[in-house]
Design a protein around this ligand. Structure first.
Ligand code: BYC
Length: 327
């Protein structure tokens, strides 16, 4: 058995767990094998995963709004086609993730309700407004870039369906990141006005992108357990540092500045040190008081209500087909 004494400290055994079941589960994790839907798993593992996967799915769906806002205003047919494809990919990512949540026994309709009535969260980043076309570049470069850094390790998550969904999501995210980089590259090598627009977008999206990785390690309530169960493979701060290290040379190629006077290479560790993150702002956004929280949820609720007839028609069609097959 894996026999890590720390685990018992973090997660007390609950009433429904026999020591033998728990031992087999811990052994599977220790052997780097995946846990599959049919396998026994502790309630806390199931609940923790559901919380994270649902939040992740909701983020993809809400994340369609800031960019969807620019589809009709894309500056060329090519840009419009690319942006539409990207936003559609995000709908697809939401769909894979809701499916992964269903393998844990969740009901998709319940999850959507929990998003709309604020019982479940979605990523803080999507509560900021997209003010100019350059924001499409900054979102692709920074937000999708942060998503890749966060999600590549999730392809090795201990829960099989989540890990497998992440493989495809990450492939698509790298295309998204490149398209954002390309938008910014074009603007930053364009007119003075375009350069200023690109710089302004990066100035506004930089700090919220760093916040995407979650609170600092000493305030992250779920990290310890999640890392022991190999859901998360790295801590919030480790991934945030990795992201900064990835962005600095790319910003140089773009000819854009990252808005942090304290950003500096630490020769000893080879990592970049960066200035303090405004965690008060982060928690305000998470609590629902960001610049766009209300608008995002209101829009989602309206879209859900307006789509009721599609769900009813699909259910009626499925019932009819089932009746035909049975007859
Ligand atoms: N925003 O203990 P912690 C995308 C919450 S989609 C809001 O560190 P954990 C994309 C956290 O939920 C991007 N809330 O939590 C889409 C917890 O509250 P609860 C989404 C946050 O889970 C379209 C509390 O703070 N990616 O990239 O160990 C277009 C304490 O945090 C945030 C994912 O969801 C936040 N940023 O670590 C473009 C990836 N951070 O639940 C791009 C999967 C933390 O106790 N998720 N909170 O009420 C994860 O990797 C982890 O859940 C996190 C947080 C790293 C986000």
């Amino acid at each position: 058995m894996h026999g890590n004494g720390d685990m018992a400290e973090v997660r007390p055994i609950r009433g429904d767990e026999s020591p033998a079941q728990l031992e087999a589960f811990e052994q599977t994790i220790a052997d780097d094998q995946t846990i599959e839907p049919r396998d026994w798993m502790p309630v806390a593992y199931r609940e923790g995963l559901l919380r994270q996967i649902a939040q992740h799915a909701h983020s993809e769906i809400i994340g369609m709004q800031p960019e969807g806002n620019w589809i009709t205003r894309a500056p060329s047919l090519r840009r419009k086609a690319i942006l539409m494809a990207k936003v559609q990919d995000e709908a697809g990512h939401g769909a894979y993730l809701y499916s992964a949540a269903e393998t844990l026994g969740a009901d998709r309709a319940d999850l959507v309700e929990m998003l709309i009535d604020g019982r479940q969260k979605y990523s803080s980043i999507f509560n900021y407004p997209t003010l100019t076309w350059a924001d499409m570049g900054a979102i692709g470069w920074l937000v999708d870039g942060a998503a890749i850094v966060n999600q590549v390790p999730l392809t090795r998550c201990s829960y099989g369906p989540y890990a497998r969904a992440m493989v495809r999501v990450c492939k698509e995210e790298s295309f998204h990141q490149r398209q954002g980089f390309e938008i910014l590259h074009t603007l930053s090598h364009g007119t003075e006005g375009q350069q200023a627009m690109a710089q302004d977008a990066v100035d506004r999206w930089w700090w919220p992108s760093l916040m995407m990785f979650g609170p600092p390690d000493d305030e992250s309530v779920h990290s310890a357990q999640s890392m022991r169960w190999k859901v998360k493979r790295f801590s919030n701060d480790e991934l945030r540092r990795r992201f900064v290290g990835m962005c600095v040379p790319q910003a140089e190629i773009l000819g854009l500045t990252l808005p942090d006077p304290e950003l500096q290479l630490d020769e000893e560790s080879g990592e970049y040190r960066f200035g303090p993150i405004d965690w008060d702002e982060f928690w305000e956004v998470v609590k629902g008081n960001g610049p766009c929280n209300r608008r995002r949820i209101e829009h989602r609720r309206r879209a859900h209500e307006e789509g009721a007839w599609v769900r009813e028609a699909a259910a009626a069609y499925a019932a009819k087909r089932e009746a035909t097959v049975a007859a």
